[in-house]
Ligand binder design. Sequence first.
Ligand code: NAD
Ligand code: TYD
Length: 353
Amino acid sequence: MILVTGGAGFIGSNFVLDWLALHDEPVLNLDKLTYAGNLESLSSIAKDPRHIFIHGDIGNPTLVAQLLAEHRPRAILNFAAESHVDRSIHGPADFIQTNIVGTFNLLESVRAYLNGLDSEGKAAFRFLHVSTDEVYGSLQPGEPPFAETRRYEPNSPYSASKASSDHLVRAYHHTYGLPVLTTNCSNNYGPYHFPEKLIPLCILNALSGKSLPIYGDGQQVRDWLYVKDHCSALRRVLEAGQPGENYNVGGWNEKPNLEVVHTLCHILDALRPRPDGASYTSQITYVTDRPGHDRRYAIDASKLERELGWTPAETFETGIRKTVQWYLDHGDWVSNVSSGAYRQWLDQNYAAR
Ligand code: NAD
Ligand code: TYD
């Protein structure tokens, strides 16, 4: 079996669902169920014996050691993290604890676990650390996209905590020979995305008649990848990646935020027109920028294509249409995640902007 951490979050739940649709190999899913963890995203496999859910913290050494000893996974995919930049600005402590200390604990537990495996088991084992392009910092207009050789220059508490965990993963390979793989992916979007992030927030705000908050001038550029393409890249890296290597994952889809929000509005105008006939773009408002806001991310994913033959299946146009349709079709999921704690976050992040 494989052990997935953070498998009740956005990308982790998509990964688990796709994995079980494609493989018979069971998944042990360790998740703390923070505000971002949602078992409802996994309701379609609630009775599937191939999915074992464990409610717990990657930072708990006793629990992780016990899970490894009992279930003897052949690989770990580490998705568990605090993942939202704005929350890291309001309160970085949880980011340090989960992203750095939690990853450290997993690495230590794996180091002990591997000592108990025979040479064949050791050679076959993989620790795949799921990371982000944000560790590379911000690009100037016209600069080439981030390659794996780019210097780490994280700018937010979130990206600094992810960069720190990447360094620990790297060090455990060099020092102890742990068979690690690290992926650095661009911004994901798709089903089960928690509506604190730009794309789901704007879809839901548009439909409920609220404003669509654009930070600063809206000309910050992100490189968007449909979540299921990220999951297919992770499966490929797990299968064929070279231990000790980093792989950038991206879809060559650089877009300014304002263009993304305009695209969402136009799709909604067609699929769910406003009763007054006006475009959802009329709900766009400009709000105070995020402190230290990175101007541009762009990923050069050519190593993954060249060495492992991976390419994304979706363009931004096909992926974003599927995503809007998914939110229109999943009102129950949406109303369950838009409850009390979520509203408190909206007040905290937007009231003073
Ligand atoms: P998410 O916030 O939606 O989900 C994180 C999950 O981790 C949640 O289910 C949460 O309950 C769980 N978790 C948090 N702390 C934990 C702990 N201490 N122990 C166990 N579980 C814990 O995040 P996501 O968007 O799905 O991102 C998953 C991973 O991918 C993260 O490592 C993130 O840095 C990385 N990543 C995300 C993106 C993106 O665009 N979302 C892009 C590139 C990389
Ligand atoms: P986000 O989805 O939070 O991802 P990240 O910060 O990890 O890239 O934000 C994507 C972009 O959208 C980022 O440039 C910040 C911007 N943004 C807004 O303009 N308004 C918002 O309300 C949010 C949440 C983000």
